[in-house]
Design a binder for this molecule. Structure first.
Ligand code: SAM
Length: 227
């Protein structure tokens, strides 16, 4: 069965979807969705040979070769027009990598796909890319598992201009509204990290004052907005 993290990603895949799971590793997500009868087809994209072979093996073992195709490809290059993909999942990577994959592979999207993204860090980069590319965030989730805190961002294409405030980009428009205990835990951790950085800088002989001021402002913003 899936990790809670991937289960939340799976929950946003709609029945009958044609899915491209980019960075699929063992293809656990498409295999699970195919076994549950949720998806009608899937591509499991991998750029590294080891994980690609893991995906192939998993798909064969589960006898799902008719539903899921593993492809060795960089990012969205795994998607071909004749796949008629309508849902893209990219999970378990840094937000910068996810953003690069989306930006570099834009030409492989039709702007009709739902994007379900799970950055491990750097969520603000992902939200900014969505905003700049006319994707409206329709849902966000945050969860703790095995000592890590994960965010899931779900976005649908729109013709309207999309605009989030700096605070929404950083913390997440829906997560801000909800202000769950897990969100507070995440930012309390970040605040503690900033406190350490600030303390270390203050002890240093010639720490730049403007940097200390910037970190302090960041720290105080967390206090105001989240806690
Ligand atoms: N998506 C799975 C999950 O969430 O559990 C696996 C996450 S794993 C940590 C990240 C995977 O992304 C690795 O298998 C890596 O090879 C793959 N990857 C990294 N960059 C990629 C790219 N540009 N295109 C396709 N796959 C990529």
């Amino acid at each position: 069965h899936l990790s809670n993290r991937l289960q939340v990603v799976a929950d946003f895949v709609q029945p009958g979807a044609r899915l491209a799971d980019i960075g699929s590793d063992h293809a656990y997500l498409p295999v699970h969705l195919a076994k549950q009868g949720v998806i009608s087809a899937a591509i499991a994209g991998e750029v590294v040979k080891g994980p690609y072979h893991n995906a192939l093996t998993e798909i064969e073992n589960e006898q799902l070769t008719a539903v899921i195709t593993a492809r060795l490809a960089n990012g969205l290059e795994a998607i071909q027009p004749e796949d008629h993909i309508d849902t893209v999942t990219i999970a378990g990577m840094g937000g910068t990598l996810i953003t690069n994959i989306l930006e570099n592979g834009k030409s492989h999207l039709t702007h009709h796909e739902r994007l379900i993204l799970q950055p491990n860090v750097g969520e603000d980069n992902v939200r900014r890319w969505l905003q700049d590319n006319r994707y409206q965030i329709i849902a966000e989730r945050i969860l703790a598992e095995d000592g890590h805190i994960y965010e899931i961002i779900v976005a649908d294409p729109t013709d309207q201009a999309v605009s989030y405030t700096a605070v929404e980009l950083k913390y997440g428009p829906f997560l801000l509204q909800e202000k769950s205990p897990v969100l507070q835990q995440k930012w309390r951790r970040e605040q503690a990290r900033l406190d350490e950085v600030i303390a270390t800088m203050k002890q240093a002989k010639n720490a730049p004052q403007e940097k200390i001021a910037a970190f302090t402002q960041e720290r105080d913003q967390i206090q105001e907005v989240i806690l």
